[in-house]
Design a protein around this ligand. Structure first.
Ligand SMILES: Nc1nc2c(ncn2[C@@H]2O[C@H](COP(=O)(O)OP(=O)(O)OP(=O)(O)O)[C@@H](O)[C@H]2O)c(=O)[nH]1
Ligand SMILES: [Mg+2]
Length: 201
């Protein structure tokens, strides 16, 4: 009997790992989204919202919010046996913008989470990814009590290119968040394939 590696044994696949960013305005549910979908205990960097921060922390619409992300969220999700996503949540407040360039390095794509009560808070994230050519999906986090708008209205308000996917989601729901992530991956893959087609040979 010969011991050793059998050529017949199915080889475990090395999964492709992709980095996805989750961005959007203050309190739209980024930390919630990463926590809902992650299969590992998510890394969080939450700090208490303080009295001192009250003049600059706009909690209108998320009055029950007691903490805010000061560096990033990190989670992992296996979408398929051969496809693993590392999901990085960004801090929502303007004063942490300096961290974004670091977080965006090597990202395949992004989610811009939006709250229809405070759509303008997500403009900056849309601009950021457009300017850097990073493919993104806009996901409207449907908070209870927030008016539901047709996708076209949100699209127009955010001035999105027609190719940018827009989906409705519940950031607390794993399956809903998975659909958002699948949308980002598909969109990024389509864009990459198109770029390859048009690349000079
Ligand atoms: N009702 C409802 N509440 C939500 C939903 N998503 C998030 N929340 C709540 O909204 C608040 C904000 O959520 P976070 O996940 O901390 O938001 P964030 O975008 O990470 O906030 P920053 O990091 O401070 O920018 C929390 O109190 C959540 O429990 C949702 O879909 N529905
Ligand atoms: Mg957060």
């Amino acid at each position: 009997m010969v011991f050793g590696r059998s050529s017949h044994r199915p080889r475990p696949v090395d999964p492709v790992t992709l980095k996805i960013l989750v961005a959007g305005g203050f309190g739209v549910g980024k930390t919630t989204l990463v926590g809902a979908v992650s299969e590992i205990r998510p890394l969080r960097t939450e700090e208490m919202l303080s009295e001192a921060g009250r003049p600059v922390d706009d909690v209108d619409g998320v009055e029950n919010k007691t903490t805010t992300t000061v560096a990033m969220d990190f989670g992992r999700i296996t979408l398929r046996e051969d496809l693993v996503l590392y999901v990085f949540g960004t801090p929502g407040q303007d004063r942490f913008w300096f961290l974004w360039d670091e977080l965006a390095q090597g990202a395949l794509g992004a989610v811009v989470l939006a709250d229809t009560r405070r759509l303008a808070d997500s403009f900056a994230a849309v601009d950021y990814f457009e300017r850097r050519g990073i493919p993104f999906t806009v996901a409207v986090n449907c908070f209870e009590g927030a008016d539901r708008f047709p996708g076209e209205t949100v699209r127009a308000a955010l001035d999105l290119d027609p190719e940018v996917p827009l989906v409705m989601c519940d950031a607390r729901d794993r399956e809903s968040v998975k659909e958002v992530l699948v949308s980002v991956v598909e969109h990024a893959m389509t864009r990459a394939a198109r770029a390859r087609e048009h690349a000079p040979t």
